[in-house]
Design a protein around this ligand. Structure first.
Ligand SMILES: *Cc1c(COP(=O)(O)O)cnc(C)c1O
Ligand SMILES: [Zn+2]
Length: 411
């Protein structure tokens, strides 16, 4: 059973059938999935969603597939919890962490979008899936393609962290490392997508792929007891996640699943690649592309496809944007680890550091509910922190050596 009416241009409103297409032929605007909400309203309720298995497919009617899900069957429903110790550190009363560094199978929020994209790619009849990736998408497409019996072509910039490269190669896809930054990889992939009949998850089936991001905010709202927080801070690369968080909020409000929607959505980027945050701060809707220079490689997209909509989202919601230096990113990774026992990747450091600044500057009041989206796992970007942590104490295997060492520790 499908509740998808078709695709619609975000700019001129022209409608298209459900096909693997992504731009409007008339105005080149991006296409978006349109649902039959009246039909959806009749079949889902808070109660029946709550009774379903704890994975992202519990929101299936609000996802753009026609048949049964075939990928990411255990993805989603990551923990959301109150971060007491970190909250105290930041001086705020009600701080929550949505921890997508634990998402099955590849430990980032990208497993959500790929679950939807690969299910859709199979429905369209593709036998090969592909992506242009800053790392996490590569891992997820590689893993889920293997599990779905699809062939994979993974395109990445050649300077990625080794754990992200190994974390793609292990599943056996074709990994193509391109000597260039993400924006150059993406441009090449757009050309390849025109020539080969492959499902590029973030190019020709992007409208369907992007919908998977909504499940992150659906879960946040459900896990808060069907209530919306006042503030959500979201890391931005291409700007898709933040726009879909806003769409998901609006959908749950119009379905009556939350009573009010006064949530402000904030964009977080690294200072070395902050085209979205720069536009927000300059109160402009024009994204000026940049050449990324940052340790936050997963967010290093200099010319974000959904940048314009990301800026609009923060404006419409009353939110804002903030960026962080590499040094601040590292400090924030250590702060989250040391207060909450969570090792996040560089993107998580960006988000926490931006949150800290937004609180310190008074943009986010200290007595209102705040959710931080932690989207990736620190084990994948170990080189970013390796030189900024202590070494182990080294001793001989005897009591004397240990007590010698202990003297130094307590000194
Ligand atoms: C891809 C990614 C994001 C943001 O993605 P968008 O392109 O803005 O949707 C955030 N965090 C991590 C860890 C990512 O890999
Ligand atoms: Zn159009």
């Amino acid at each position: 059973m499908s509740y998808v009416k078709g695709l619609k241009c975000r700019e001129c409103g022209r409608e298209y059938p459900k096909n693997p297409i992504y731009v409007c032929e008339f105005c080149f605007g991006p296409l978006e999935v349109v649902y039959d909400y009246d039909a959806i309203k009749k079949v889902i309720s808070k109660e029946n969603i709550s009774s379903r298995p704890k994975n992202l497919w519990r929101y299936r009617e609000l996802l753009p597939i026609d048949g049964e899900p075939s990928s990411g069957l255990n993805s989603g429903f990551s923990p959301l919890f109150k971060a007491e110790r970190l909250g105290k550190e930041l001086g705020v009363k009600e701080l929550y962490i949505k921890d997508d560094s634990t998402v099955h199978p590849t430990l980032s929020f990208k497993d959500r979008v790929v679950a939807v994209a690969l299910t859709k790619a199979k429905e369209f009849g593709f036998d090969t899936v592909a992506c242009a990736s800053t790392g996490n998408l590569a891992n997820s497409v590689a893993a889920q393609a293997a599990a779905s019996g699809l062939k994979g072509f993974i395109f990445i910039p050649s300077n990625l962290e080794s754990s992200k490269v190994i974390g793609s190669l292990i599943y056996g896809p074709n990994v193509i490392a391109v000597d260039g930054n993400y924006d150059e990889v993406n441009r090449l992939c757009s050309e390849i997508a025109n020539r080969y009949n492959w499902a590029f998850v973030n190019i020709n089936i992007r409208p369907f792929y992007a919908e998977g991001s909504k499940t992150q905010v659906y879960e946040i709202l459900e896990q808060l007891g069907w209530k919306a927080p006042k503030h959500i801070i979201v890391p931005c690369a291409g700007g898709s996640l933040i726009t879909k968080i806003w769409k998901g909020l609006k959908e749950f409000y119009s379905l009556g699943f939350i009573d009010e929607m006064k949530t402000r959505v904030y964009a977080a980027q690294a200072e070395g690649c902050s085209p979205i945050v720069t536009a927000i701060k300059e109160n402009s809707e024009i994204i000026k592309p940049v050449k990324p220079v940052t340790i936050a490689k997963s967010l290093a997209i200099g010319n974000p496809a959904d940048g314009y909509y990301a800026v609009k989202t923060t404006k419409e919601s009353g939110g804002y944007g903030e960026s962080s230096t590499d040094e601040e990113i590292i400090q924030a990774i250590k702060l989250l680890a040391g207060t909450e026992g969570i090792f996040t990747e560089t993107a998580g450091g960006v988000t926490l550091s931006a949150t800290k600044k937004l609180i310190e500057s008074g943009r986010i009041p200290k007595d209102e509910s705040i959710v931080i989206c932690i989207t990736g796992n620190g084990l994948k970007t170990q080189e970013a922190v390796a030189e900024h942590i202590n070494r182990p104490y080294r001793i001989k295997p005897n009591m004397g050596s240990f007590e010698e060492c202990l003297k130094k520790i307590s000194r």
